[in-house]
Design a protein around this ligand. Structure first.
Ligand SMILES: *Cc1c(COP(=O)(O)O)cnc(C)c1O
Length: 379
């Protein structure tokens, strides 16, 4: 029995060794404990804890990986969205999808933008050109395209549409690091892009971290100032609305290590997600969103079901944890609902009641994946 099989799952479920958790970060840490310790010790030895050499190396290594000129490390994915939106320097409204967890809405509000929503494509649950075109009005100055669940949305088509109208595009790549479309990586197509390195993301730190990437030197410079009090030079504040959103040296060193396993981890996630799709192919109770290589990085394995509660209960009876990403659409969130009472997003509304996520992370064992497949094949 592997060491982690006896560990308690995280959401209160009482089961034996057969239970399959949504995630178990202890495994990833255990598998590479040696190299993580090396990274931490190298930082301890350097005596440099903020914006030191690992930080700088991570910034250019990650920019190179995405295929852009600039990467600016920040404290989280939400902060990357907020500083990215501030750095684009527009006002008016941000247009985005309402089914992606509310991070963009939160960041846009903090950056002083109004928020509008476009509905999503029924087959991918991401924005597409038609849905954006329908919702674009004169108030919108930035479209945030979320590459949801590991799928890269057709952002090049949305950029082409927005370019004609002088609207900027920010990619939210928190769930899609390494994803590709037509040979271009997520984060390299819009005017700027935000990444999260929250521990459960495909590239995770051991705490909070994020980054803004862009080919626009002026935008990168502005994010560099905004993440550090608005300073142009030490103690000289040249930018309003700055704050402290730096990427820790320890997290940067760990991210550099974890980048080595990113492609293999992404490939394993895709393999697992595809096995689930195949296992459930004959079921009329669940269908999985497509995960076609190349390009998809299967951050989550998401199924759609008219009987979500029943399916979750059946899987639970097999010891399989599930989750919902996300149960409340942005425009129905209590703090914001009053200003969106007239917003009508039929595909989004239908999807939030039907989506469920099944365990999909690289350290799942073959036995666990088999168990999930077996349960899915009998749904
Ligand atoms: C996780 C996530 C974020 C926020 O990242 P944090 O680092 O947790 O702030 C933003 N957008 C999406 C789509 C995410 O999944």
């Amino acid at each position: 029995m592997p060491w982690y099989a006896a560990a308690a799952p995280d959401d209160g479920f009482e089961a034996g060794v057969d239970s399959v958790p949504m995630n178990d970060l202890r495994r990833a840490v255990e598998f590479q404990a040696g190299s993580l310790r090396e990274a931490v010790e190298a930082v301890l030895r350097s005596g440099w804890f903020v914006q030191g050499p690992f930080h700088d190396e991570f910034e250019w290594t990650f920019a190179d990986f995405v295929g852009v000129d600039h990467c600016v490390g920040v404290a989280s994915g939400t902060s990357a969205l907020e500083l990215g939106l501030l750095a684009l320097g527009r006002d008016g409204a941000v247009l985005t999808a309402a089914n992606a967890g509310g991070y963009t809405m939160t960041a846009a509000a903090a950056a002083g933008y109004a928020v509008r929503f476009a509905d999503v494509d029924e087959s991918t649950l991401c924005l597409n050109k038609e849905s954006v075109e329908k919702a674009l009005d004169g108030s919108v100055s930035v479209v945030v395209v979320t590459h949801l669940y590991g799928r890269m949305a057709p952002v090049e088509e949305i950029v082409a549409l927005c370019d004609e109208r002088g609207v900027m595009v920010l990619e939210d790549c928190a769930q899609s690091v390494g994803a590709e479309r037509s040979g271009r990586k997520a984060g390299s197509v819009g005017h700027a892009a935000a990444f999260s390195f929250y521990p459960t993301k495909n590239l995770g730190a051991l705490g909070d971290a994020g980054a803004v990437v862009t080919n626009d030197a002026a935008v990168a410079d502005r994010v560099r100032r905004l993440r550090q009090y608005g300073w142009g030079a030490k103690y000289e504040i040249v930018e309003r609305r700055g704050g402290n959103s730096r990427l820790d040296e320890l997290q940067a060193a760990i991210l550099l290590r974890n980048m080595r396993g990113l492609e293999a981890g992404n490939a394993r996630r895709v393999q697992i997600a595809r096995l689930y799709s195949e296992a459930a192919a004959g079921s009329d109770r669940i269908r999985f969103l497509p995960v076609e290589p190349p390009g998809h990085v299967a951050h989550l394995a998401v199924g759609v079901s008219d009987d979500r509660d029943g399916v979750r209960e059946t899987l639970r009876s097999h010891g399989i944890m599930t989750d919902v990403h996300y149960p409340v659409p942005d425009h129905r969130q209590p703090a914001y609902a009053s200003e969106h009472a007239a917003t009508d997003l039929p595909v989004t509304e239908t999807a939030v009641h039907r989506v469920l996520s099944v365990p999909c992370f690289p350290e799942l064992t073959e036995t666990e994946v088999d168990l999930v497949c077996h349960a899915l094949s009998r749904l």
